[in-house]
Design a protein around this ligand. Sequence first.
Ligand code: PLP
Length: 411
Amino acid sequence: MKPAAASLDVERVRADFPILAQQVNGRPLVYLDSAASGQRPLAVLRAVEHYETHLHSNVHRGVHTLSQAATEAFEGARARARRFINARSAREILFVRGTTEGINLVAQSYGRSRLGPGDEILITALEHHANIVPWQMVCEQNGCTLKVAPIDRRGELDLERLFELLNARTRLVALAHVSNALGTVLPVKRIVEAAHSCGALVLVDGAQAVPHTAVDVRELGCDFYAFSGHKLYGPTGIGVLYGREELLEEMPPWQGGGDMIRTVSFEKSTYNELPWKFEAGTPNISGAVGLAAAMDYLESLGAAAVAAHEHHLLALATAELQAIPGIEIVGTAAHKAAVLSFTLRGCHPHDLGTILDSEGVAIRTGHHCAMPVMTFFGIPATARASFGCYNTESDVRALVAALDKAREVFG
Ligand code: PLP
């Protein structure tokens, strides 16, 4: 029998996030916007401060002690990220600015050099703009074709249709692990198996998955996996692109500059080995250090305990909101993670967000960088509450109370 997952001591977790202890608009802050950006625990803030205070210098280039210390911290963070997603080698871990940059790297390096007329890229109708526009750019540049697998009214991917769209022309499938607009969790492993059987590669946008579930890229079998530090309780401006070593070896660099070269002459330059071939210029060193600390932190809480806690809050909030007249939940897939999108009849989501903010409740409103999802549901925007390891049942009650206030105004 498997041991039961340890439960989360949320009050202790909250003590690690001093930002949550403040008042906003005269009310205790209720932070329900972790899908946009998670807050940072003290462990991350302190790791970054320690690096900046004692270790900072440029990496890879200096023989002096500080440069070596900075290089050790930076490469140590890479080794940490390798363990976090169970990649085979640290050569498969590229530091990037975030998910967006990771996807653009694959689009411009792999897509632009390998795809052409007749080739197809398959995405889903759930994608964030970061997993749509880079592929449209490749299609414009190289004449390949973008195909889109549809979703249904619950926000579930139409798997049958996706499998029909997969064919010998499909060279790459790019899909979210978890939808940021609706919270739907996609059956990535099944899709990877189907794509590989057609000879297509698979890129997974893991921005919304890594904070909520343990990710094992070897178990998933995907070829690329991108995620952002700031959704994982780490710093902004840092993220990871995982790529299978054989693929990265074959791919051309996408940006040129310092650190990514072995030799440079005016006639020809040769490139550095992995992973540095893809890391031109001075990287975000303190960001990588902070990201490694965030991974330590999340693992110290236990991925299963965090997931169970967030799932409980999502179920509670879903039940509470379903009972409120005028509220419609957008995205009711069977398997969801930590995201609750909704509308209130007669009230534009932006107005709703403003009223909730005056009550100290921070939610996100808008199209969530997923305009095609909004178009599909025939709405301009939703209000979105999202949960992290530090949220509580009392946060859900505060959301419900603030929604009641909004209904009085718009009622
Ligand atoms: N993909 C998904 C599913 C997201 O939710 C986001 C951010 O909201 C991104 C990509 C882009 O992430 P970033 O802005 O950190 O590059």
